[in-house]
Design a protein around this ligand. Structure first.
Ligand code: LLP
Length: 490
């Protein structure tokens, strides 16, 4: 039906418009290859969601392998092109924390990217996928001795050191092994990115990184960052590759990245001169935003790359230094939009909520809000609970000509905050047994999933060339019980 005449609910947030066509898959939230087929069903690469449900069950993460590969390549190509004349191209490290399994690690390597890990477990996945250590980085603000040793065993391309304590630890471990660790220093440039805006502050009040502020250590006048550079150059067990920063996540505007690049390059120039060293690399982190709802407007990789290249080019010229080899660490922008979560609808209920009929009219009326419960929830997507994150959803198993109804998609957990999609217009005839698809769940959903309420974590299906295969199987009840020693010991 034409919904343009349907009035939006006063309960809906201002940004949420009544979609013109409730059956349409709105760009840019969906992976390439996801469409509604002639029978009215959402299909990926021609495979209808009902078939995926029949074969793999729900909830299910459905990922497009081709879309993942093309987004990975798009980042690599765009940054290589923009930085070709500056430093011969860019090393793109896919941030494995956003979503990692051996299949994804091998796609990343196939497409010419490297892999950023942040724990021994992520290193284990990379090793199992056969990724050479030279293509890996290791992050983390509290790496264990075992993790540092593992990184050295695997001859990692870089260990990103987060603190003075850790620098000391890495140096000692490497020296005791008669080896040299390749190290980047993670700095906090005082650029706080808040999605659409950033504010520059003098000081970083957070757990990550070495502060660039002047009085942050006992050494009068020396910043922690400078102290680390000085120490790194004096340790036999350390090869200082360069500096690193990561200013935040889900960022749309390039300004924050540009400011951080400028600050780090200025610091690099000062350190190179003062300590007579050359730092050949500079990592500008990840954080590029994606569309979770129709009003999110992510920028194409090429646009971000060109904006950052312009700043690096002009800053290096102004400082009179040769640009270091640049690297970046996108996670969400590569994997986020490749995936939707498929859920089955169970119970429904409608409540009436008080709201002002017309803004400022002062007269309150009650309006309906429908709760649509699905068979997953905060255990497969913790982001709405953790970050108030907004998502979108669509009726996927069929099309509908029913009127739009303001709905809240909720999970099945014993918690009222267990919301999957806070506000979305869905057809009024959505009923038990229908399938809903929530786009944009590739990053930090499966990765943050839990077994809360003893729900089994969903599997992940990868679709390519019209074929679907499990890349991570869903958990079974047996999996849920097999660490319970009472049962195991019977
Ligand atoms: N590099 C470093 C050092 C990071 O800490 C992160 C993310 C990334 C790269 C990748 O950022 P991305 O490009 O994916 O935004 N769980 C939160 C996001 C946490 C981000 C942690 N660090 C969420 O779901 O929004």
């Amino acid at each position: 039906m034409d919904t343009s005449a349907v009035r939006s609910s006063p309960l809906a947030p201002d940004w949420l418009a009544v979609p013109e066509d409730l059956n349409a898959l709105q760009d840019p939230m969906w992976a390439a290859g996801v469409e509604r087929n002639d029978a009215g069903e959402v299909a990926i690469d021609g495979i209808p969601v009902s078939e995926l449900k029949a074969q793999f069950g729900t909830p299910l993460f459905v990922m497009s392998e081709s879309d993942f590969r093309s987004r990975a390549r798009a980042f690599k190509d765009a940054f290589d092109a923009a930085f070709a004349d500056i430093c011969g191209g860019v090393d793109v490290y896919y941030a494995g924390k956003s979503f990692l399994c051996t299949a994804v690690a091998s796609w990343v390597a196939d497409e010419g990217l490297r892999l950023d890990t942040c724990s021994g477990g992520e290193l284990a996945v990379a090793a199992r996928a056969g990724i050479p250590g030279a293509k890996l980085g290791l992050h983390g603000n509290n790496k264990s001795d075992a993790e540092i040793n593992r990184a050295l065993d695997m001859e990692l391309g870089r260990i990103v050191v987060d603190s003075l304590d850790e620098l000391d630890r890495v140096a000692k471990i490497a020296s005791s092994r008669g080896e040299t660790a390749k190290v980047m220093l993670r700095l906090t440039p005082g650029v706080h990115a808040h999605t659409h805006e950033f504010i520059a502050t003098a000081h970083e009040d957070q757990k990550f990184g070495l502060s660039m502020a002047g009085d942050s250590t006992a050494e009068a006048g020396l910043s922690a960052a400078e102290e680390a550079v000085a120490a790194a150059t004096s340790y036999a067990g350390i090869e200082l590759l360069g500096l690193h920063c990561h200013i935040g996540s889900q960022i749309f505007e390039p300004d924050g990245f540009e400011l951080a690049a400028e600050k780090l390059l200025a610091f690099q120039a000062a350190m190179q001169e003062k300590y007579s060293i050359v730092m050949p690399e500079l990592d500008l982190g990840g954080g590029y935003g994606i569309a979770y709802t129709p009003v999110d407007t992510p920028r194409p990789a090429a646009e971000i790359a060109e904006a950052m290249a312009a700043v690096v080019r002009s800053t290096c010229a102004r400082l009179g230094i040769k640009s270091p080899r640049i690297s970046i660490e996108p996670g969400r922008a590569i994997v986020g939009s490749t995936t939707f979560t498929l859920y089955e609808v169970g119970t429904l209920k409608t409540v009436r909520v008080d709201a002002e009929a017309d803004a400022g009219a002062g007269e309150n009326v009650t309006y309906p809000r429908r709760y649509v419960s699905v068979d997953g929830g905060m255990s497969d997507n913790a982001r709405p609970v953790l970050y108030d994150a907004d998502y979108s959803a669509i009726l996927a198993s069929r099309s509908s000509a029913a009127e739009p109804q303001l709905s809240r998609v909720v999970g099945k957990h014993c918690e009222s905050g267990d919301i999957v999609v806070r506000d979305v217009y869905l057809p009024a005839d959505v009923a038990a047994g229908d399938l809903l698809a929530v786009p944009g769940t590739g990053a930090y959903c499966w990765a943050l999933s839990s077994n809360y309420n003893y729900l089994a974590r969903p599997g992940v299906v990868a679709v390519r060339d019209g074929a679907a295969r499990l890349i991570v199987r869903g958990e079974t009840e047996e999996d849920l019980l097999n660490r319970d020693m009472g049962v195991a010991n019977v």
